[in-house]
Design a protein around this ligand. Structure first.
Ligand SMILES: C[S@@+](CC[C@H](N)C(=O)[O-])C[C@H]1O[C@@H](n2cnc3c(N)ncnc32)[C@H](O)[C@@H]1O
Length: 309
C-alpha cells in the first residue's frame, strides 16, 4: 500500500457507511469546485471512497476512473443504494479485476477492497462513458448528463413555445445547452448566463455554444451567493426545465427552489419560461411568487408556463 498520496472522495456517502478523511479531495462532477477525476494522474491516490452514481455507463466510467487514479494496493470503498446500482456493484468491480467483500447496511451495498496491480476492462469503461458528439441531438454530451442522448419532451415543449426573447437572461440548469441554443437564436438577446451543477454538462455546453453572448458557469442555482455573483443585475428573462431529482430520488423542493431563485433574479416585468412534468406541484409556487402566470401549453405530459414578475 502506498505511504503517501491523497484521499479521494466521490459524492457524499452517508457518514455511518464509509470512513472518510477530513482532508479528502472531492471529485464528484455534481459538486461545484470539485476536482476532475479525469485529470488525476494514474496511481496518485492512496485511498478512494465513492458513492457510485445510478446510471450503469456513468457508474462504470466513474469507478474505472477512480481505480485508474488509485495506487496499486491502496484501499477503496464503493457503495450505492441497492435499488440505484448497488445490487450490481460487486459484479462490476469484480469484472475490473478487484477482489471485494460486499456487505449490506441501511439499504446500501458496500464493496471494499484493494486496487489490484493489473486492472481489467478499464479503458473500455472509460471509452463507453466519455464525452461524445450525439448526432440525434446535434450536441456534445456524456452519459450522466440529463437526457444525455435524446431530447427531453419537456424541453421540446418549451422550445415550441419560446417567443423571440430580448435583453439579458439566464438558463437555470442548462444541461448540455439545448435551450440556450434556441434562446441565442433571438437576435435581440444580448446575454445568456448558463448555469448547471453538473461539470460534465457545463463542459458539454462550452463545446456546444460558441457565442460571445453566452456565459457558461458551473454553479448551484440554490446558492444565493453564486447567483448574486453571476447575475448581479436583474434579468429580463429566465428559461428553465428545472430538475426534480436529487441523487436519483424525486425532490419537488428542488424545482420550487429554482422558481424562488428565478423570482429573486428577474427584474419587475421580467419573464420566467418554465416547463415541468404535469404532475409536479409548481403552479401554486408560481402564483405566490409572480404577478401573472399563464399556462401556454400542456402536451406529452408536460406543462409550459410563462410567469411574469
Ligand atoms: C431537467 S434538466 C434540464 C437540462 C436542459 N436545460 C435541457 O432542457 O435539456 C435539469 C438540469 O438542472 C441541473 N441541476 C440540478 N440541480 C441543480 C442546481 N442545484 N443548480 C444548478 N443546476 C442544477 C441538472 O444537472 C440538469 O442539467
Amino acid at each position: 500500500m502506498p505511504e503517501t498520496g491523497a484521499f479521494g472522495l466521490y459524492g457524499t456517502p452517508p457518514s455511518d457507511l464509509a470512513d472518510m478523511s477530513a482532508g479528502a479531495i472531492q471529485f464528484s462532477p455534481l459538486i461545484p469546485g470539485a476536482r476532475s477525476l479525469e485529470d488525476q494522474p494514474d496511481g496518485s491516490l492512496s485511498e478512494f471512497v465513492m458513492l457510485a452514481p445510478p446510471g450503469t455507463v456513468e457508474r462504470r466510467y466513474a469507478m474505472a476512473q477512480g481505480l485508474r487514479a488509485l495506487a496499486p494496493g491502496a484501499p477503496f470503498t464503493v457503495l450505492a443504494p441497492k435499488d440505484k446500482g448497488g445490487a450490481r456493484l460487486a459484479k462490476e468491480l469484480k469484472a475490473f479485476g478487484c477482489a471485494i467483500e460486499p456487505y449490506s447496511k441501511h439499504h446500501h451495498k458496500i464493496c471494499s477492497g484493494y486496487r489490484p496491480e493489473a486492472l481489467e476492462g478499464i479503458a473500455q469503461a472509460i471509452e463507453d462513458g466519455a464525452p461524445r458528439f450525439v448526432e440525434d441531438l446535434g450536441l456534445w454530451s456524456q452519459p450522466g448528463i440529463f437526457s444525455w442522448n435524446r431530447t427531453d419532451p419537456g424541453s421540446a415543449a418549451l422550445i415550441g413555445q419560446l417567443p423571440p426573447l430580448e435583453g439579458r437572461g439566464a438558463d437555470f440548469g442548462c444541461g448540455a445547452g439545448l435551450l440556450a441554443k434556441t434562446i441565442l437564436g433571438s437576435p435581440k438577446v444580448t446575454q445568456v448566463i448558463l448555469l448547471d451543477i453538473d461539470r460534465r454538462a457545463i463542459e458539454a455546453a462550452r463545446r456546444n455554444i460558441d457565442d460571445p453572448r453566452a456565459r457558461i458557469e458551473w454553479a448551484d442555482v440554490r446558492q444565493p451567493g453564486s447567483l448574486a455573483t453571476l447575475c448581479p443585475t436583474a434579468l429580463d428573462f429566465i428559461v428553465m426545465n428545472p430538475p426534480f431529482h436529487d441523487g436519483g430520488a424525486e425532490d419537488r423542493a428542488l424545482g420550487q427552489a429554482f422558481i424562488a431563485a428565478a423570482a429573486g433574479t428577474l427584474r419587475k416585468g421580467g419573464s420566467l419560461w418554465l416547463t415541468a412534468n404535469r404532475h409536479l406541484p409548481y403552479e401554486a409556487v408560481l402564483r405566490d411568487t409572480f404577478s401573472r402566470v399563464t399556462l401556454k401549453v400542456e402536451e406529452h405530459g408536460f406543462k409550459v408556463y410563462e410567469a411574469r414578475k
